[in-house]
Design a protein around this ligand. Sequence first.
Ligand SMILES: Cc1ncc(COP(=O)(O)O)c(C=O)c1O
Length: 336
Amino acid sequence: MSTAAHESAPFGAVFAEKFSMSRWDGESFEEPHLEPVGPLPIHPAAHVLHYSSSVFEGLKAHRGTGGDLRLFRLDRHIERMQQSARLLCLPAPDAELLEKMIISVVLDARDAIPEPPGSLYLRPTLIGTEANVGAAAAPSKQALLYVLGSPVGDYFSGGIRPLKVVVEEHRPRSTPTFGMAKTGANYAAALGLIMEAKHTHAADQVLFAPGGDVQETGAANFILLDDDRVLTKPLDPSFLPGVTRDSVLVIARDLGYEVVEADFTIDEMLRFVERGEAALSGTAAVLAGVGTILHDGQEHRVGSGEVGPNTLRLRAALTALQTGSVPDIHGWIRTI
Ligand SMILES: Cc1ncc(COP(=O)(O)O)c(C=O)c1O
């Protein structure tokens, strides 16, 4: 596979040659092994196909400035995968097992990992495979864990450009307790609204703010920022505890910003962005600036309408850490 294939394909549609897999037989996970990426034999009655017993993660391995391979916040992603698995009543894999599987995929794909700003996006996935359509109210007694690698460039087509988000204040993305799970059902539930926003308003994403509580977008967390402050919603089970969100808050503190984790309303957000900036944070999106917020049929320009200087500054500080052009003072990098 050439390292350039990812540049012409959509994010996540090109794969490393091999993936790692391990089956769970109801008691334990088997020793993982690498296989060429290809279709999975799965029973048509598999639990996941009917009752959505699936969880996943998304993390990146970067090629460092010194040629090393660098996994970003591996421990955090593994912990979140375990938490998602518990919420979906799937077997939570041991950290050592998942770590071993992720590292084996990175090592196997080492020649296919693009230079920065590209990276190898890793997708650990866990699905219920028991063949039993009667198990609607029972956990799957069998499961499959696998880790896919995908050489990637930019998540949003067009590189760094200001995004347009549509505020959705009536319908939630997930539920008050399941938002914290990285499970396919949440994305399926939000998809109709996102498609509506794309078709009707040429929007890039939907910003979910049920009952006026600004939470997150369909695939990234949401932050407000200006020259002095970074403001975002405090963690609660209604939305995904982003690893990028956490990293940006730590980096912002390091750079002298005041970090405020507090709930805010749509009106407060719209007042803030008259002068301030707004950004989406996520492994795939990194830190993507918002240029326009559409609410109640009205377009609100965010600051100058371009990606703001503080967004670019924090994004650059994060990617510098990921690729090793500054020291890893927080111990976030697993070098392999
Ligand atoms: C719904 C949702 N929120 C937030 C995030 C950000 O999480 P992280 O920064 O861990 O990638 C993601 C994934 O990228 C997501 O899918």
